[in-house]
Design a binder for this molecule. Structure first.
Ligand code: GLN
Length: 476
């Protein structure tokens, strides 16, 4: 079992393994565990094995790409040409991608292998991976618990050694919160750092593709390879891409770190998560960092702002699934209008319907200013105040989520409680800044706890180097 790409690379270079054997190994894990964990919706076994053999030949010939031996899973919202794609929704039954997402094409060009597509909350809406047309994903640390969401299948596949890394998406925490529930590294880059071309949109001004890995080094390498401008996505930034895979090894210079007072002192945070973050602060102080509390009075507005704007964007993005252009169409329809209504009522799950309704409401003529316009203004204030903190401090530290993994079914009837799982993660998406969750300890029952680090726009290199450093210190 390989924990990181570095280990794979070493085994390959010492001739102790072949890419084919590595893929076989991962497929054996899938066969053994996926029935219970439900992380992969589908694996492309034959294809992956054939490709592995070709890459082995390239290695022998000395012309293999930088990701030779890296086996990747894709959240079921990321296009892979000529492969099925469903957003874990009934509405896309039978749909196949006509092209590959830019990030996927860039991974393939460096000889990564795509092993399969992974379960998630339908259209990435959720925090537990229970809102899937394919049933819930289970946390490998305790299968009676959720892995977090919405990229839960992507997290569990890495957690249970079914692939080396996964691509998930993070619109409000969907890479970081599952990373924290599953003991992994989850990176959400700056908005626009990675192209969204070939990503099924949930909320376009928030959506980011991100990575789930066991190590920060692997995340840095993947990010370096995927990042950069893209002619197919005008929101993909032209900001230069640093050599993250090299910079991640740099020792950080002890600087100033902020934590938002309320994220540690609030009532809703579990005592063990709190103890853990206080321990992390202690570690940093011992290492010479100045760690200080700051006030962020807008914190109570972050989640409402997120939910008003993302539901608005979702309601328009999901209008295209109408029974005409893609996937499922209700067999009971009698005319055009009933076709739209029945198709969407039958094939979208409850949470997606709830959000389309909310989004339609906040965009309706009579409420547009009261909700949508106001939320955009508040978003601007949150951006400015967060940037102001980051002008004085290198990073903002917080727990990734207020609790560890909860039981399957525990919050499914309580959407508001479920939304609170993202209280600390949505800020980075509202602002657009990069953030990472790293594992730092466990609770009394052995469930992983994550710590979140937020950094300034396009400061991925600095953030990843610090994350690697802190993760090492936490482990000692
Ligand atoms: N849990 C949040 C939501 O339900 C975040 C989802 C995400 O990041 N895709 O919207």
């Amino acid at each position: 079992m390989y924990r990181s790409f570095a280990e794979i690379r070493q085994a390959l270079s010492e001739g102790k393994a072949s890419v084919r054997a590595i893929v076989e190994n991962y497929l054996a894990q899938v066969a053994r565990q996926n029935g219970q964990l439900n992380a992969f919706l589908q694996t492309y076994d034959e294809e992956a094995l054939t490709r592995a053999q070709q890459i082995d030949q390239k290695i022998d010939a000395g012309n293999a790409g930088r990701l030779a031996g890296m086996v990747v899973g894709l959240k079921d919202v990321i296009c892979y040409q000529n492969h099925p794609l469903q957003a874990a929704s009934k509405i896309l039954t039978g749909f196949h991608s006509q092209f590959s997402a830019t990030v996927v094409a860039r991974l393939l060009a460096e000889d990564a292998i795509i092993l399969g597509r992974q379960n998630c909350d339908e259209f990435a809406m959720g925090s537990s991976s229970e809102n899937s047309a394919f049933g819930p994903v289970r946390n490998a640390a305790d299968p009676s618990r959720v892995p977090g969401g919405s990229s839960g299948g992507s997290a569990v596949a890495v957690q249970a050694y079914m692939c080396t890394a996964s691509l998930g998406t993070d619109t409000g925490g969907s890479v970081r919160q599952p990373a924290s529930f599953c003991g992994l590294v989850g990176v959400k880059p700056t908005y626009g750092r990675l192209s969204r071309h070939g990503l099924l949109a949930y909320a376009s001004s928030f959506d980011c593709i991100g990575t789930l890995t066991h190590t920060v080094e692997d995340a840095a390498l993947l990010l370096e390879i995927m990042a950069g401008a893209d002619q197919f996505d005008s929101t993909a930034s032209t900001h230069p891409v640093s050599s993250y895979s090299i910079e991640v090894h740099k020792a950080p210079t002890p600087g100033k770190i902020a934590y938002i007072r309320e994220t540690i002192e609030s009532e809703g945070i579990s005592p063990e998560v709190k103890t853990n973050i206080l321990r992390v602060i202690e570690i940093l102080r011992r290492e010479g960092f100045k760690v200080e509390p700051v006030d962020f009075p807008l914190l109570p507005y972050v989640l409402p702002t997120y939910y008003i704007l993302t539901t608005a964007e979702a309601s328009t993005n999901l209008a295209r699934y109408d029974g005409v252009r893609y996937g499922y169409r209700s067999p009971r329809a009698t005319d055009l209008e009933s076709m739209y209504k029945l198709t969407r009522s039958e094939a979208f799950g409850k949470e997606v319907q709830r959000r389309i309704l909310l989004g339609t409401f906040v965009l309706s003529a009579s409420y547009y200013d009261a909700y949508f316009t106001k939320a955009q203004r508040v978003r601007r204030l949150i951006m400015e105040q967060t940037q102001a903190i980051l002008a004085q401090y290198d990073f903002i530290l917080s727990p990734t989520s207020p609790t560890t993994a909860f039981k399957i079914g525990e919050l499914s009837d309580n959407p508001l409680q479920m939304y609170l799982a993202d209280i600390f993660s949505v800020q980075a998406n509202v602002v657009g800044i990069p953030a990472v969750s790293i594992p730092c300890g466990t609770d009394a029952t052995g469930l992983p706890i994550g710590v979140q680090i937020m950094a300034g726009l396009f400061e991925e290199a600095k953030m990843l180097a610090f994350a690697r450093f802190l993760m090492e210190k936490c482990a000692n």
